[in-house]
Ligand binder design. Sequence first.
Ligand code: C5P
Length: 217
Amino acid sequence: MNIPIITIDGPSGAGKGTVSRAVAKQLGWHYLDSGSIYRALAICALDCSADLDNIKLLVTLATDMRLVFQCDDSLVVILDGVDITERLPTEEVGSTASKIAAYPDVRAVLLQKQKDFCQSPGLVADGRDMGTVVFTQAKTKVFLTASAMERAERRFKQLKEKGIDANLSQITKDIEARDKRDSERKTAPLIAAEDATTIDSSNLSIEEVIAAVMALT
Ligand code: C5P
């Protein structure tokens, strides 16, 4: 059966998560936050003080980690029986995820875990390479972007709301470094699929972006 898929790719902080969850909810489809898979692996690596250059160890951690996603209004992520949801958004976890995500062998292990999310009646998948690598067959592909400054301000606000200590200029630097690493890596770089529609959310409200995506389905 041909399961319908919407892919929403783009840089960190463009609003992919909020938009994807809302679209999935409106359509009654499943939702994949692929970044949280990379972030969960980063938490595994940080917790065992893994050497981030030890690809073999990272591949073993990726193979062995047991991840459960519970998605309702918000996403709850359980790693090896422990709720790691609150640890996922931190900048340390994000930048560690971005380092780990540059290894093709690690990406290969995580590929099937992502494909498994494609289940009836449909899937909304958010990440960096959903439309270019993981779900190339998707009929609707979106590349959601926003200026680095705008994304840094949004991330700063989000972290503050969660009570996490944050510094705006540091976040801007981190976002720019992560964009650079994600865009310049050899495997599955952050680029828009040829058949994707680009939406710049810098001057749009979340509701406007959701409506723009829904109009493409
Ligand atoms: O989207 P999020 O910021 O949670 O992703 C964290 C990191 O995981 C990204 O900076 C990126 O390096 C990596 N990632 C990826 N491919 C995806 C999703 C995330 O390489 N599909």
